[in-house]
Structure formats: structure tokens, C-alpha cells
Design a protein around this ligand. Structure first.
Ligand code: ADP
Ligand code: DP6
Length: 318
């Protein structure tokens, strides 16, 4: 019998975003989404049965509120049968709750560890469904390179799968503007965004952009990928500003990095942005351009830390 199980999963950054739910309780989204898994940022999680009164979470060596983890474990109890309380130990090699997708890597790693601990068949589709119930974006982190999350309509039909399992020379320069925890979680942020009068138009456009994005990935067309991803992400953030309780993840520095990226593109370099639920910016470029672009950004923004990430692998057992 397995007594302790450990799994490692990488974060992923959506090129076509998930930003809204049809069924909030199950994280069934309003749009399908497509992401690239990153090599640089990941979570390692161990799970073991415990005789404590509740599930516990030790995150980065600190006892942490386990409400969300426990809710996820309860969903596994509902789906796969009851099991004892669990002690979860996790290390985030990514800032927590800063818009760098810690929930994606962490719920994917926890899913892997739990499937191993419970000795469930490691069917990737089923693991993706399970991870999705923990955090929608985690459904995609089961897979390496490019993953497509088919929105579906219900628990069975909503899962991610590998879309293109090759590195296409795409680079992401991550501008870590702030690593502090955001005030507005993704869960709440997207719920508010859905009240924007322009939201259904963004959803409709997203379906069309998804098809264009698939084509651009298959043909390794980084410029097209960047242009579509940028428009999709800026559109997502516009919903936050247009909704009934407007809010904005961007800071002055976010806007300055976006403007500078646009100037770089106009000067002939491949440079586009995508931004998640936080102030940090991911600059999309290719491996040939990344060094030159990185040097430019470091010169322009000496106070910001920049890291280059490439496509990474799927879930692994440690
Ligand atoms: P992010 O932008 O980092 O994905 P979210 O608000 O979507 O931020 O999710 C962050 C939340 O995910 C945290 O507040 C915590 O509840 C959960 N989380 C992050 N890392 C872990 C981890 N390693 N183990 C368990 N839960 C985690
Ligand atoms: C902006 O997956 O963190 O990163 O399902 O409520 O946990 P919950 O939300 P979460 O949202 C991610 C939103 C995003 C876009 C994306 O990753 O597709």
C-alpha cells in the first residue's frame, strides 16, 4: 500500500484565457482555453494519510489554511470513495497567488499525488477532470507543452488534453512586478467580470480566436500566436473594468511594461504581452529574440526582475 505519494506539476500560461464559469461549483468554464506549460515554475506536493481531525496543508514549510485543499479532497471523496484525512506538504517554486498560476501547478500536483496515494488508474483525462474541480486552470497542467481545455457542459465533458506536444521555440519573459498575494482572487475576479455588458462579446470572440490560435501553434507562427494571445488577454482585463464592481489587476508598472513591449514590436522585434489575474506580465517572443529583448527590458526597468521560461513537461511522480 502507498503511504506517501509525491508529484510535481508545472504552471501553465493561457494563450486563450479561461475567465468565467458556466457551473461555478464544478469549474465548468464559459470558454475553451489553450495554454503553454512552463519549465521554470512548478509545485511539488506530497500527500499522506493522517490521523488528525482534519486535512492539513503545510505550504513552503508553513502551516497554512487548508480550506480550499480540504474542499478539493472532499470532492475526491465524493467521486472516488471515502478515505482518511490527508496531510499535504507542498513547495511552490512560483510566487503564491500573484497571477503566476500557482493554483494551476498546485492543484495539478495535488491531483497527481492523490491519484497515486489512492491507487487510482492514472488516466490523464480523468486526472484533468479532477484537477479542474480544484482550480480550473489546473486541468491543463497535467500536460506538457500546449494543452487545450475543452469547456464541455458538465463534469464528464469538461477536461483538458494535449493539443501539441512539441516545443515550438516560443519564449515567455516573465516580468515579476510583484510577488505579493493579490487582493482579488481569480475565482472572485472572473465571477465579477461576467457581469460586464461586453462579456458575451468577449466569449464569442474567444471561440474564434481559439481556432486561429490552434492554426498558429501548428504552423509555429509566433507572431500570430502573440497577436492573438495579446488581444485575448487585454480583452479579458477589459471585462474587469467594465463589470458592475469594476477592478483592475494592472499597476502603473504593468502598463509601462505593456507600452514598452508595444514599442519593441513596432521597432521590428517579436514582442507581445499576456497577463493573468495579477500585475505580472508575460512577454511572448521566440528563442532567437529573447536575449536581445531581455537586455532591453532589463535596461528599461532595472527595478523589475525578469526570468525567461520555455515550454515545460507534464505531471511527474517523484
Ligand atoms: P494564482 O494566480 O497564483 O494562480 P489564485 O488566486 O488563482 O492565484 O490561486 C491561489 C490559491 O491557490 C492560494 O490562495 C491557495 O488557496 C491555492 N494554492 C496555491 N499554492 C498552493 C499549494 N502549493 N497547495 C495548495 N494550495 C495552493
Ligand atoms: C487568468 O484557474 O485560478 O489565469 O478555477 O476559480 O481556481 P479557479 O480559477 P483559476 O483561474 C485562472 C485564470 C487565468 C486564466 C487562465 O489560466 O486561463
Amino acid at each position: 500500500m502507498t503511504t506517501i505519494a509525491t508529484a510535481k506539476a508545472h504552471t501553465n500560461i493561457a494563450l486563450i484565457k479561461y475567465w468565467g464559469k458556466k457551473v461555478p461549483a464544478l469549474n465548468i468554464p464559459t470558454t475553451s482555453s489553450l495554454s503553454m506549460t512552463l519549465d521554470k515554475f512548478y509545485t511539488t506536493t506530497s500527500a499522506e494519510f493522517s490521523d488528525e481531525a482534519s486535512d492539513t496543508l503545510i505550504l513552503n514549510a508553513t502551516n497554512t489554511d487548508s480550506t480550499r485543499v480540504s474542499k478539493f479532497l472532499d470532492s475526491l471523496r465524493d467521486y472516488y470513495g471515502d478515505f482518511p484525512k490527508v496531510r499535504v506538504r507542498s513547495e511552490n517554486h512560483v510566487p503564491t497567488a500573484a497571477g503566476l498560476a500557482s493554483s494551476a501547478s498546485s492543484f495539478s500536483a495535488l491531483t497527481g499525488a492523490m491519484f497515486q496515494l489512492l491507487e487510482l488508474p492514472k488516466d490523464e483525462r480523468e486526472m484533468s477532470r479532477a484537477a479542474r474541480r480544484g482550480s480550473g486552470s489546473a486541468s491543463r497542467s497535467i500536460f506538457g507543452n500546449f494543452a487545450l481545455w475543452n469547456m464541455g457542459n458538465d463534469d464528464k465533458s469538461s477536461y483538458a488534453e494535449s493539443f501539441y506536444d512539441e516545443d515550438i521555440n516560443l519564449s515567455m519573459i516573465v516580468a515579476e512586478i510583484s510577488s505579493s498575494q493579490k487582493k482579488m482572487s481569480s475565482t472572485l475576479g472572473m465571477q465579477l467580470a461576467q457581469t460586464a455588458p461586453t462579456y458575451s462579446a468577449w466569449v464569442e470572440k474567444s471561440a474564434q480566436q481559439l481556432e486561429e490560435m490552434k492554426q498558429a501553434i501548428i504552423t509555429h507562427d509566433i507572431e500570430k500566436i502573440g497577436l492573438i494571445a495579446q488581444d485575448n488577454a487585454l480583452g479579458m482585463h477589459e471585462q474587469n473594468r467594465q463589470c458592475t464592481q469594476p477592478f483592475d489587476y494592472f499597476t502603473e508598472q504593468t502598463r509601462a511594461v505593456i507600452d514598452f513591449t508595444e514599442r519593441c514590436y513596432r521597432s521590428g522585434l517579436l514582442a507581445f504581452v499576456t497577463i493573468d489575474a495579477g500585475p505580472n506580465v508575460k512577454i511572448i517572443t521566440d528563442k532567437t529574440t529573447e536575449k536581445e529583448l531581455l537586455a532591453k527590458f532589463r535596461r528599461e526597468f532595472p527595478e523589475i526582475s525578469f526570468e525567461v521560461a520555455h515550454a515545460g513537461g507534464g505531471l511527474k511522480y517523484v
